[in-house]
Ligand binder design. Structure first.
Ligand code: FES
Ligand code: FE
Length: 475
């Protein structure tokens, strides 16, 4: 059963049958520490993009949860992710954001590590260590598994975690809307400019649940819509291709990933919305038509924000970007934001998108500021002794999710809520916390996998069907 998960996490702190979640999971120090162990050491986390390290010796200083890690390419061209902590006394061996180096030399006592992680230099190796230090045992700590998904580098510390494609499952359909080129070619994207990084005073799960599909907070962005900073200069929610589509939430209870998506009617080409310059408009018109041709019926999908469990958010429609919510204690989150562009996009398109991304997203972007205001104040107002006695409400749309949804011949995988009529649902948010609770309770990946299989075999059994007892959308 999807709703009646056995994982309610420690005396019902996460109660998904009624849609109540305790504020403690956002503000409690002990729960935060447990979360680091149970979630962040076991899940697959996004580390960076291979376009950030194109040459041997290139590195990018990244994070996995609280851990500082180095994403680098060794002399042979192989990609690695290492813990950025010297094996001698823990000093960061790399303190720059990015660069190129033959070795990482620790600034404390001078041990040096090659870009394949091997310990290659130890001061006074002969005199002080009498050549008895076994250097082969003291290289940099490397992640247990690494996966290059169309240029995105993912990693996990857990050797027992399923391989990344299995962890991702059918959600690849939605990740591809973000990472494939705009004309539908596989991969072929690169990071545009640097990575935006900023701190916000709230728990990391506030942005994670919001990007999972908080379709209820339109009021927060009302001023942005009125200003009309959308790609067409006409606001961002009145674009024709979105108005004529089905608007869905899609979630995968067995994995914890979820997203919004729009589905165009059959044989409908999305009209391009970009009109600021003729080159930009022509580029996107051409790409939309090509994407439709390459992806065939799947070209009818138009991406909307989503979340890969636990902490990687996707924005597959312009602004096309990836966000990671790095926890920095229960009361603070460090946000990192990568912006993507087609590798071979004309300079005019890249310049246009750079300006658009900056005014729309990130710490200075008009839209993101609205969201941060909400998360920061909500967190602060939930920390008090009285406030934390009262749970949040996640009951919206409870029981109205469906399996086996299709729209005009296009079958949508996962669990779906059709928002075209119901306008909003907290189904995707519940899905995020269902998986979070499973991670917090499960002792091993074996247990997480067993639960996943159980969720799959209970396909739709406890779901009340919407729209006159049919699982299909109006066709
Ligand atoms: Fe790195 Fe001592 S801490 S060499
Ligand atoms: Fe928002």
């Amino acid at each position: 059963m999807v709703q009646n998960t056995p994982y309610t996490y420690t005396n019902g702190l996460v109660n998904l049958e009624e849609g109540h979640i305790s504020r403690e999971i956002f503000v409690n120090e002990a729960i935060y520490q447990q979360e680091q162990e149970q979630v962040f050491t076991r899940a697959w986390l996004f580390v960076g993009h291979e376009s950030q390290i194109p040459q041997p010796g290139d590195y990018f200083n990244s994070c996995m949860g609280e851990e500082s890690v180095i994403l680098c390419r060794d002399r042979a061209g192989e990609i690695h992710v290492f813990l950025n902590s010297c094996r001698h006394r823990g000093m960061k061996v790399c303190r720059y954001d990015a660069g190129n180096t033959p070795v990482f030399t620790c600034p404390y006592h001078g041990w040096s590590f090659a870009t394949d992680g091997k310990l290659v230099g130890v001061p006074f190796f002969k005199e002080a260590y009498h050549e008895q230090l076994d250097k082969s045992q003291w290289g940099l700590i490397e992640v247990a598994q690494l996966y290059n998904y169309k240029g995105m580098i993912w990693a996990t510390w857990d050797p027992t975690a399923p391989p990344f494609p299995e962890y991702l499952g059918e959600f690849s359909l939605f990740l591809d809307l973000c990472i494939d080129a705009w004309d539908g070619r596989e991969g072929c994207t690169k990071v545009l400019g640097g990575v935006q990084k900023w701190l916000i005073p709230c728990n990391w799960k506030f942005p994670a649940e919001n990007f999972s599909g908080d379709s209820y907070h339109n009021i927060s962005h009302r001023s942005v819509d009125m200003v009309g900073i959308g790609p067409g200069g006409t606001g961002r929610r009145d674009r024709r291709e979105l108005n004529m589509s089905r608007r869905l939430h899609v979630s995968f209870p067995e994995r914890g990933h979820q997203t919004g998506v729009y589905v165009l009617p059959k044989d409908e080409l999305p009209p391009a919305s970009y009109q600021e310059s003729s080159i930009v408009a022509e580029y996107f018109r051409h790409c939309e038509a090509e994407r439709h041709r390459r992806k065939k019926e799947w070209g009818r999908l138009i991406g909307s924000p989503g979340e890969i469990f636990p902490s990687t958010a996707l924005l597959p429609r312009q602004p096309r970007s990836i966000a990671v919510w790095h926890p920095r204690g229960p009361h603070q989150t460090e946000v990192w934001r990568w912006y993507l562009v087609d590798q071979d996009a004309p300079q005019e398109v890249q310049d246009y998108l750079r300006a658009y991304y900056m005014r729309y997203s990130g710490p200075g972007g008009m839209t993101e500021q609205d969201d941060m205001e909400n998360w920061n104040y909500a967190h602060a107002a939930s920390r008090g002794t009285i406030a934390r006695r009262y749970p949040y409400n996640y009951a919206q749309g409870l029981g109205y999710e469906v399996r086996d949804f299709s729209y005009q011949g296009l079958p949508i995988p996962g669990v779906v809520t059709d928002l075209t009529e119901s306008k909003s649902s907290e189904d995707n948010l519940r899905n995020f916390y269902r998986r979070w609770a499973a991670f917090m309770d499960a002792k091993s990946w074996d247990e997480l996998t067993t639960w996943r299989q159980g969720a799959q075999s209970d396909k739709g059994s406890n779901l009340r069907l919407a729209y006159g007892n049919t699982a299909n959308g109006n066709t």
